[in-house]
Design a protein around this ligand. Structure first.
Ligand SMILES: C[S@@+](CC[C@H](N)C(=O)[O-])C[C@H]1O[C@@H](n2cnc3c(N)ncnc32)[C@H](O)[C@@H]1O
Length: 208
C-alpha cells in the first residue's frame, strides 16, 4: 500500500541513522576520490606521530595558531588536542561541507573554515589574521595536484612562520610530494607507521 504523504512521520520524529566516520569517509571518497585521497580516516597512531612534531604548546606565542589543512572527521585534530594544543588555537580548513559541520560539533572552540587549502597564499590573512603561526599540519592528498600547487601550499606556509617552525604532512608514497630544495626547505622523515593502513610516514618541512 502506498503511504499517504500526510501520515509520514515529520523529519524530526524519524529515528536518526548514526553514520560512522568510516562510512562518511567512504561516501566522500565515492563522490570525490581525488579530493579525499583515502578511503578511510587515518589511524590515531599516524595522528599521534604528526602531532609529536608540533612544538611544545607551552612555548606558543600569545594567540599562536596551529593551522590544520584537510582535517576530515578530526582524527588528527584530536591528537593535536591530546598533545596539549588548546582547541581555541586551532584553525581547521576543510573542503567538505559535511565534515565542517561535524568538526564544528566536535571542536566547538576551534575555528572551522570551509574552504580550499590551496588558496592559502591569498587566504591566510583571513584565516588567521595577524596571529603567529606555530605549525601547519596537513593531510591534503598532494599528489592529486600539480607540482606548483604542492610547492605553493608548503612554501607559502613556511614564509609565514618563524624559521624552524614545521609544515607537517603525511604521505603513503615512497617519493616526496615536494622536493625540499625546490622551496628552500629542509625535510625530516619519520619512520613508517605500519599500524596505519596503508602504512604512511610523516614529512616535516622547515625553512632552511
Ligand atoms: C586523506 S583525507 C584526511 C582526513 C583526516 N585528516 C585524516 O587523516 O583522517 C584528506 C582530507 O582533505 C580534504 N581536502 C582535500 N582537498 C582539500 C582542499 N583543497 N582544501 C581543504 N580540504 C581539502 C578532504 O575533504 C579530506 O577531508
Amino acid at each position: 500500500m502506498l503511504e499517504h504523504p500526510q501520515r509520514r512521520a515529520p523529519e524530526a520524529a524519524r529515528p536518526r541513522i548514526k553514520v560512522s566516520d568510516e562510512a562518511r569517509f567512504f561516501r566522500g571518497w565515492l563522490q570525490r576520490p581525488l579530493i579525499m585521497g583515502a578511503v578511510s580516516p587515518s589511524s590515531r597512531a599516524l595522528g599521534r606521530a604528526m602531532a609529536s612534531y608540533v612544538p611544545d604548546p607551552a612555548s606558543f606565542a600569545l594567540n599562536g595558531k596551529v593551522l590544520e589543512l584537510g582535517p576530515g572527521t578530526g582524527v588528527v585534530t584530536q591528537t593535536l588536542i591530546d598533545r596539549g594544543v588548546p582547541e581555541h588555537s586551532l584553525v581547521l580548513v576543510e573542503y567538505s561541507r559535511e565534515f565542517c559541520q561535524l568538526l564544528r560539533k566536535r571542536f566547538p572552540a576551534a575555528e572551522v573554515i570551509q574552504g580550499d587549502a590551496y588558496a592559502i597564499g591569498a587566504a591566510l590573512p583571513a584565516w588567521i589574521g595577524v596571529s603567529p603561526l606555530e605549525a601547519v599540519v596537513s593531510s591534503l592528498p598532494l599528489f592529486t595536484r600539480p607540482d606548483e600547487m604542492r610547492e605553493a601550499v608548503i612554501g607559502r606556509s613556511l614564509e609565514r612562520m618563524q624559521r624552524g617552525s614545521p609544515f607537517i604532512q603525511f604521505s603513503y608514497a615512497l617519493t616526496q610530494p615536494v622536493k625540499a630544495k625546490r622551496i628552500g626547505a629542509t625535510l625530516e622523515l619519520s619512520p613508517w607507521i605500519k599500524r596505519n593502513l596503508p602504512p604512511a610516514r610523516v614529512l616535516v618541512y622547515r625553512a632552511a
